[in-house]
Design a protein around this ligand. Sequence first.
Ligand code: SAM
Length: 242
Amino acid sequence: MRVDVLTVFPEMLEMVFGYGVVGRARERGLIALKAWDLRDFAEGSYRQVDDTPYGGGGGMVMKPEPITRAIEAVSAECSPRRIFLSPQGRPFDQKKAEELAAGGSPLLLICGRYEGVDERVREGFVDEEISVGDYVLTGGELPALIVIDAVSRLLPGVLGNEDSAANDSFTTGLLDCPHYTRPPEFRGMRVPEALMSGNHDEIRRWRRRAALDRTRERRGDLLDRAELSEEDRRLMGRSPES
Ligand code: SAM
């Protein structure tokens, strides 16, 4: 899958692209990531990408010409889905990450800075807007990295153990169950016996019950929407420690 990012800080993205699961996926050719410097599409010796706002007020606005030139350059190479990162966009969630990963089509992530981007870019050159939450950041680079991280771990072959994404929070409609590793007892806290029993069905039931209980405690809204089986309803009547 190909993902291009338009930004005034390409080094910020390139630095993060090299690490962990995303870095390994890139090395193995499972994802192609490129950060484009918007200043390379600006004119004049100052390569200016921003200007003062019409109507006055504080802050600068990103000029339309460099961004649209950059969008056109990437679009000529791969016809990507053009996504503008914006606090005014649709909230990003696991479903959206799954949708972007499943399509496998190239993505172009456009990062704003300053007061934002000239509205005409949004009107004429963007397919959709994505927000990473109801708060305002200084730029779209961290949101772009969030989208890239969440999408790349869902691409086939990226995670070593495919099952590790299958039971993640939100994927099944529930929160994930708690996880433990050695030692069996740590500062007086024991690993639940069921997990050490070696009985696969008991372990499966423990995990499902713990995920249901955790979702009920922390995110009742998810539980209300989840499709529950008869077994789920029975399991929810009992504590995961029993
Ligand atoms: N004046 C804009 C507003 O209130 O809607 C905020 C501009 S913000 C300071 C600069 C850039 O950061 C935005 O153009 C966007 O690309 C990015 N950004 C900030 N918060 C974001 C969020 N929650 N989700 C996605 N992008 C965000």
